[in-house]
Design a protein around this ligand. Structure first.
Ligand code: SF4
Length: 295
């Protein structure tokens, strides 16, 4: 485990960034060992060398505490923009867990993205934070098919188990749902996958499921992805090149058709899909809790 120096842990989310109502981004670790072949965080623009090796930041918790103490606005802090906060090292190091304790101490809300069941260890803290502040958990799942997931995300918990994690979070009263990003052209952008993802989300009592029905491909990350899909499906990278060229945003060729199915079925089951509705639902829940506690 390499330790890297840093001066800051938290950064303010862009004014125009309405991504899940997040106010601050935070990365306690650098890099990720889960091996997802499509991972956008591999892009040069994020300047993370040896991305697949997890690095810890020196004095991360001390820096975080002074940053939290100095912020005037107690907004929602995001864990996991560029790396999974529940990587395998976290079980021993407990950096994410201790950061959650600080979030609770200083009265912030929290937004977590993960593919790991280790988040269940911290249910006590999430439940405590949710009593007075906004909490949202996004379980990242790209396909219901465990075999395909194993190829695309080799060191991650199976999709079936991720849905089980979601169900447990929901049972504990946490506002949680599915982040279905990316949707990979030619691999997961088909009717069966979209329908099954929603069926599994419903069984897990997901509050929301969010997708853009496409993927991002940027320079070196594109090269890495093409290399990996060529190993798995020889010739497939040529199909990508023919359709998308050098585009960064690569939407499914069946975007309209799949979106229609996605929206119809999700709404039929009462699962939120719209970003603004998701934000107002999880922030409103806190407001309602506060109001209830007044009586
Ligand atoms: S878990 Fe997230 S950060 Fe880690 S490799 Fe997969 S997509 Fe990237």
């Amino acid at each position: 485990m390499e330790y890297v120096k840093t001066r800051t842990i938290m950064t303010k989310a862009d004014g125009g960034d309405k991504w899940f109502g997040i106010d601050y981004h935070m990365n306690l670790y650098k890099g990720c060992s889960f091996g997802c072949i499509y991972c956008d965080s591999r892009s040069d623009c994020y300047h993370i060398s040896n991305f697949d090796e997890v690095k810890t930041k020196v004095d991360a918790l001390e820096i975080l505490e002074s940053e939290l103490a100095s912020k005037g606005y107690r907004g929602v802090v995001s864990f996991g923009k560029l790396s999974d906060p529940y990587n395998p090292y976290e079980e021993k190091l407990e950096i994410t867990r201790n950061a959650l304790k600080l979030i609770l101490k200083y009265g912030f809300g929290v937004s977590i993205d993960t593919k790991s069941d280790l988040i269940l260890r911290d249910l006590d803290l999430l439940t405590e934070i949710a009593k007075t502040n906004s909490v949202i958990v996004k379980i990242s799942i790209t396909t219901y098919d465990d075999e395909l997931a194993k190829k695309l995300e080799p060191y991650v918990l199976s999709s079936t188990k991720r849905f089980e994690v979601l169900k447990k979070l929901r049972k504990a009263g946490i506002f949680a749902g599915v982040l279905m990003t990316p949707v990979l052209p030619f691999l997961t952008d088909n009717e069966e996958n979209i329908r099954q993802m929603i069926e599994c989300s419903k069984k897990a009592d997901a509050k929301f499921i969010y997708t853009k029905m496409g993927m991002n491909l940027k320079t070196n990350q594109r090269a890495y992805y093409y290399r990996k899909i060529e190993e798995l499906y020889p010739g497939l990278s040529q199909d990508y090149e023919a359709v998308y060229g050098n585009k960064n945003v690569c939407n499914s060729l069946q975007y309209r058709h799949l979106m229609e199915i996605f929206l119809n079925l999700s709404h039929q089951y009462g699962i939120l899909t719209d970003m603004e509705e998701i934000i107002s639902a999880y922030k409103k829940e806190v407001l309602m809790n506060e109001q209830i506690s007044l009586f």
